[in-house]
Design a protein around this ligand. Structure first.
Ligand code: CP3
Length: 344
């Protein structure tokens, strides 16, 4: 399959005739070649920190499907790891961290990440960039401070992010210090990814949707604005995609105040509102329901058509509303791509 359009053009403000397409979590367990390498790699973090393997995993989905972008293979939790917090990934259980139990634990975190720990990630970016067709964009990323903090405070994934929300209510100054630390680290981390060859970066705020408006503003919007502004001071043309998942009505303020080139939207948004109020300001990325992709068949076709109908006349990057589910059949991904590219 040939790459017809560049994500970078869309991020720079030019709509594409056929929307460029990639998928969140495109490098992962739904791919047999990923599972094979993962089995050989030992721990998940070892896979993230071994440039040879991480580069291979970054390239796998592009090789198989001809996506218009590759996303660096790593994880948002490499930042807590580089801050000295113990991070493990247990098969079938998700991440396990030594929880930051109190103010003292938060204040003990170092000012900056250990660059020796993160340098293999930058090496992966360099290698992936060198191996990719220049028409394929290479995306770097990090977790947004709020989402990373939810894992650092709880020590694991939680259904409602209650531990971090409680800490933010009970001891806002302490929580602010954690967020501030993550803002600084994220700017450096993304800057280094861009210097190593990333064409654009995505800020994943997976758990933005659980906060009331004032808390969303303080813990999601303001830190994202400081990261985007800080990065743009270092790299004036830095291309940034924000993903404040579930931000709902908060999305208008987010695009007004965070200097992003695009926002990624989940599948529950009101498409008319997004098209009329948000797409004129920034490019839209998303918003196929990952369960429609898993279901396949007519449901998938109808869902793809609805997304295209809503957004393809403007600046748009076709993607899922969240990561692809590991049990998704490869044939459904092929079917989705064929339908998107039939526009051309
Ligand atoms: O293909 C890509 O998107 C690039 C790599 C990538 C991974 N994680 C690899 C991964 C990216 C961009 C992420 C982001 C990430 N990681 C987020 C934000 C986006 C989202 O999906 O919400 C979050 C919250 C995490 C934290 C994380 N990492 C969790 C909660 C888990 C366990 C749950 C799960 O899906 O397994 C991980 C592990 C992880 N990160 C895997 C992969 C491929 C699976 C682990 C394995 O292969 O053993």
């Amino acid at each position: 399959m040939t790459v017809k359009n560049s994500i970078l053009d869309v991020l720079d403000g030019k709509p594409a005739e056929v929307p460029p397409v990639w998928m969140m979590r495109q490098a992962g367990r739904y791919l047999p070649e990923y599972r094979e390498l993962r089995a050989k790699a030992g721990s998940f973090l070892e896979l993230c920190f071994t440039p040879e393997m991480a580069t291979e995993v970054t390239l796998q989905p592009v090789r198989r499907f001809g996506f218009d972008a590759a996303i660096l293979f790593s994880d948002i939790l490499v930042i807590p790891h580089a801050l000295g917090q113990t991070v493990r990934f247990e098969a079938g259980e998700g991440p396990r961290l030594e929880p930051l139990g109190d103010a003292a634990a938060i204040d003990r975190l170092p000012e900056a990440v250990d660059d020796d720990v993160l340098s293999p990630v930058y090496e992966t970016v360099r290698r992936a960039k060198a191996a990719l067709d220049p028409k394929v964009a290479l995306l770097g990323f990090c977790g947004a401070p709020w989402t990373v903090a939810t894992y650092m405070v709880a020590g694991h994934g939680t259904p409602d992010q209650a531990p971090a929300r409680l800490l933010a209510y009970r001891e806002p100054e302490v929580f602010q210090r954690l967020i501030d630390r993550l803002v600084t680290c994220s700017i450096t981390y993304l800057h280094n990814q861009i210097r190593a060859g990333a064409d654009a970066v995505q800020l994943f705020d997976t758990w933005a949707g659980v906060l009331p408006p004032e808390e969303f503003r303080r813990w999601c919007l303001e830190p994202a604005a400081r990261i985007a502004e800080g990065l743009r001071r270092l790299v004036p043309g830095a291309r940034i995609i924000g993903f404040p998942r579930g931000a709902g009505a908060g999305l208008a303020d987010y695009v007004a105040q965070v200097p992003v080139n695009a926002v990624s939207v989940d599948w529950a948004v009101d498409r008319t509102v997004i098209r009329e109020r948000i797409q004129p300001k920034v490019a839209i990325q998303g918003n196929l329901d990952p369960l429609a992709l898993l279901a396949g068949g007519d449901a998938l076709d109808r869902s793809v058509d609805a997304v295209l109908e809503a957004f393809s006349a403007g600046r748009f990057i076709f993607n899922l509303g969240h990561g692809i589910l590991p049990e998704t059949p490869l044939a459904h991904v092929e079917r989705m791509l064929a339908r998107v590219r039939a526009l051309g």
